[in-house]
Design a protein around this ligand. Structure first.
Ligand code: PLP
Length: 377
């Protein structure tokens, strides 16, 4: 048992703070690592010890964990319009500018942007929009949602149901009914002896199609995927994967939602993972690097087809009855907008491409194909 001085920040943390993704009993013993400040890629704990933040915190602090320019923007935003909501026709400049900016850089033509507060909320809301869409076109039986095993899509009740990790459901009585999981496309682990990447992708698409046929295509509403599958260890898709998956989805009129929460904003060598892997989604969710993680903000982008059905539902019901108090928060929106300006100024995508040779050198350390594990199917 580690003992901390009474009233020390460590003792006070143990007494008051509940930490996500933490062994709660162990925390009572070991206490926290308390971060005090950041500079560039470095963060410093309260003893002055420096850590290189190689993962950008939770894959989100794209401009480091402290930023003077964004701080000034937040300060000015707070002085001029520190809070207002965008319910019931109200709006403000930061929300308008940000939504326009997102539509300008979207990987495929998108119609509207719904601002939210986190990646989980964005996915949770997108689930509702998928259901709203199929209800609007009088196909309410299209309700099931398919994601991949080993995927992570957030922690709200619905977003965690979307998440294909049983250990994240355990203890909560989740997932909700109607969330289905298809294969994680892990070529390295799950390929058969002689299978090429392309053949493996064909098998993944066939497995998805089998699941859809078993469940009944008329009951399947949407397929969810993050372009690089974060929950499976930042797994890049095997060759041909998304082309084959999208062909199946088109065959059965199933909406495609791209979760760009970790892939958006240059992380895959293009502005979006959808650009990198030829994905044409109906809905995109994004967060994290949207504001360089300096403010909690996320967005759901939807295409014209989805927007048209939302109009229909809104006409029927009298309103689009959904919203969060902090959605489109003017300070968060202003910071996100400035973040996008910084990305444009620094030519973020070119910067990422310039760093690629370094990451290729890392790949050289990967095991040779002869030593790859293979699994019989
Ligand atoms: C792919 C993906 N989607 C959604 C989320 C959830 O985002 P948030 O933690 O902002 O709710 C995450 C978080 O890591 C993620 O990696």
């Amino acid at each position: 048992m580690t003992h901390f001085l009474p009233n020390s920040p460590h003792a006070r943390d143990i007494a008051a703070v509940l930490h996500p993704h933490t062994n709660l009993r162990k925390h009572l013993e070991v206490g926290p690592t308390i971060m005090a400040r950041a500079e560039g890629i470095w963060v410093y704990d309260d003893t002055g010890r420096a850590y290189m933040e190689g993962a950008a915190a939770l894959w989100c602090a794209s401009l480091g964990c402290a930023n003077e320019r964004l701080a000034r923007v937040a300060y000015e935003a707070m002085r001029t319009l520190g809070y207002y909501q965008i319910f019931r026709h109200a709006s403000h400049g930061a929300a308008i500018d940000l939504c326009e900016a997102l539509l300008r850089i979207a990987p495929v033509p998108m119609s509207k942007v719904l601002l939210q507060c986190s990646g989980s909320e964005a996915n949770d809301t997108a689930i509702k929009l998928v259901w709203y869409h199929w209800n609007a076109v009088n196909r309410p039986e299209k309700r099931k949602i398919i994601s991949r095993r080993m995927s992570y899509h957030g922690s709200t009740c619905a977003a965690i149901s979307l998440t294909g990790k049983p250990e994240f459901h355990r203890g909560f009585g989740l997932p909700f009914d109607g969330f289905l999981y298809t294969d994680c496309p892990h070529y390295y682990r799950d390929r058969t002896e002689s299978e090429t990447e392309d053949e493996f992708s064909t098998r993944m698409a066939q497995s998805l199609e089998d699941l859809i046929l078993r469940e009944g295509p008329d009951t399947v509403a949407a397929f969810w995927a993050d372009p690089v599958q974060g929950g499976a260890g930042a797994l890049t898709p095997p060759a041909g994967y998304f082309a084959k998956i999208q062909a199946v989805l088109r065959r059965y009129d199933i909406l495609l939602v791209a979760d760009e929460v970790i892939c958006g904003f240059g992380r895959t060598g293009n502005m979006w993972g959808c650009d990198t892997y030829g994905i044409v989604p109906d809905i995109i969710t994004c967060a994290k690097a949207l504001s360089a993680a300096m403010q909690p903000i996320s967005a759901v982008l939807m295409n014209e087809r989805v927007f048209q059905s939302m109009l229909t539902q809104s006409d029927r019901i009298g309103s689009f009855v959904h919203g969060y108090t902090y959605a489109g928060h003017p300070v968060a929106a202003a910071v996100a907008l400035e973040t996008l300006r910084i990305y444009a100024e620094m030519d973020l995508v070119a910067h990422v491409k310039a760093l690629e040779p370094g990451s290729r050198r890392l790949q050289e350390l990967a095991p040779r194909s002869t030593s790859m594990p293979v699994r019989a199917v």
